[in-house]
Design a protein around this ligand. Structure first.
Ligand SMILES: Cc1cc2nc3c(=O)[nH]c(=O)nc-3n(C[C@H](O)[C@H](O)[C@H](O)COP(=O)(O)OP(=O)(O)OC[C@H]3O[C@@H](n4cnc5c(N)ncnc54)[C@H](O)[C@@H]3O)c2cc1C
Length: 326
């Protein structure tokens, strides 16, 4: 193995967490095999972004140009395909994000390299690459292997790998000029339309208390919010709570909501349907409170309390407040 490319994802001057997660995974692979981690950074005025990842890669290849100010898959594809032809990296990692889902397939067609999308694990042993993906909305885990190829393209699911730095690195900066004679003009950037942000971003929270249909009535949600507040955490929920319009969509965890990566996730009155569990694969310690001992959430939980949430949640809140005051 020679080199792993990580396509740096950023928006409005901010690095996306997926970039750190891919650099962590690339670093893990680099520790097992003797090859380099190369970050590919396209954009305009991106010095601060390069600075922020300079201790996570061995090399950062930068294309800094006004024409790269906004993401355009057609332009990215041409530039990255040229780099792949030149450097022949064994793996190219791209986020399984709106960016990556547009970029990766056309890059696969352009390079002829095999592509596996939405990977949640990567194993490279004896020259053989295997990745893990989920199928049927997360009901089945599949291990995917590839026919031998000079290089492979993978998109990586957000929130699965650590954001931590791995290994000691000091990146060599390589600056390149915008290489295209003509810009492909099939698409044009018009504007950023931000989704309604809401007050909190649950994907960034360290401690989450999540409420499910077991709460029974809308007015009871306050009980769970009080526990979240006492713990200095944030409130999130399962989908039925959003479907009933009891809480906004941006607080929903799961396959059609957000993936979260808190250190602690407390599931209150949540059964643990696979669509919900899909959103907490990156959570640290999972604690479940559910009166049904057979609820599937207990299979995912590190700690479980089999009891009535209306007894346990106020009790926990009191204990937390007592401890923080005393
Ligand atoms: C395409 C698709 C996408 C979906 N995406 C998502 C998603 O992103 N996120 C998501 O969450 N769901 C999603 N769902 C829905 C999912 O299938 C489940 O229906 C949902 O997660 C169930 O939510 P719940 O656990 O809150 O409710 P339930 O399954 O009804 O569970 C309620 C739980 O509360 C417990 N309970 C009841 N009363 C008490 C009490 N007093 N004390 C303690 N425990 C109690 C019960 O034992 C039960 O286990 C999706 C479904 C589909 C088809």
């Amino acid at each position: 193995m020679s080199e792993v490319f990580v396509v740096v994802e950023h928006r409005l001057g901010e690095i996306r967490d997926i970039t750190f997660e891919m650099l962590w995974q690339a670093g893990e692979l680099a520790q097992e095999h003797s090859y380099g981690v190369t970050a590919i950074l396209l954009g305009h005025d991106v010095n601060s972004i390069a600075e922020a990842i300079s201790d996570r890669a061995d090399k950062i290849i930068i294309y800094d140009d006004e024409r790269l100010k906004n993401f355009n898959a057609d332009i990215y594809k041409e530039i990255i395909a040229g780099l792949i032809e030149e450097s022949k990296p064994t793996l190219t990692l791209i986020g399984n994000t709106a960016w990556g889902m547009e970029l990766a397939p056309c890059l696969a067609v352009r390079t002829g390299f095999p592509l596996a999308t939405d990977c949640i694990d990567i194993d490279f042993r004896d020259g053989k690459l295997t990745v893990q993906r989920q199928m049927y909305s997360g009901k089945i885990y599949s291990n995917v292997s590839f026919s031998p190829s000079p290089g492979y393209l993978l998109t990586i699911r957000s929130g699965v790998f650590s954001k931590d730095r791995i290994g000691e690195r000091q990146a060599q900066i390589v600056r390149k000029d915008f290489p295209l004679k003509e810009e492909p003009l099939k698409k044009q950037f018009i504007e950023f339309a931000e989704a309604a942000a809401g007050e909190v971003d649950i994907s960034q929270a360290d401690l989450i208390v999540s409420v499910g249909r077991g709460i029974g009535e809308e007015e009871n949600i306050a009980l769970v919010k009080e526990l979240a507040d006492a713990l200095n955490g944030v409130l999130s929920c399962s989908r039925p709570i959003v479907d009933k319009n009891w809480l906004p969509k941006y607080l929903q965890v799961g396959s059609s909501g957000k993936s979260v990566t808190p250190k602690v996730y407390i599931a209150v009155g949540i059964s643990g349907a696979f669509q919900h569990l899909q959103g907490i694969t990156g959570a640290g310690t999972i604690i479940a409170i559910n009166k049904d001992p057979k609820a599937p959430i207990f299979r995912a939980a590190d700690y479980g309390i089999v009891d009535d949430l209306f007894k346990i949640v106020p009790f926990l809140k009191e204990k937390v407040l007592e401890t923080s005051q005393g």
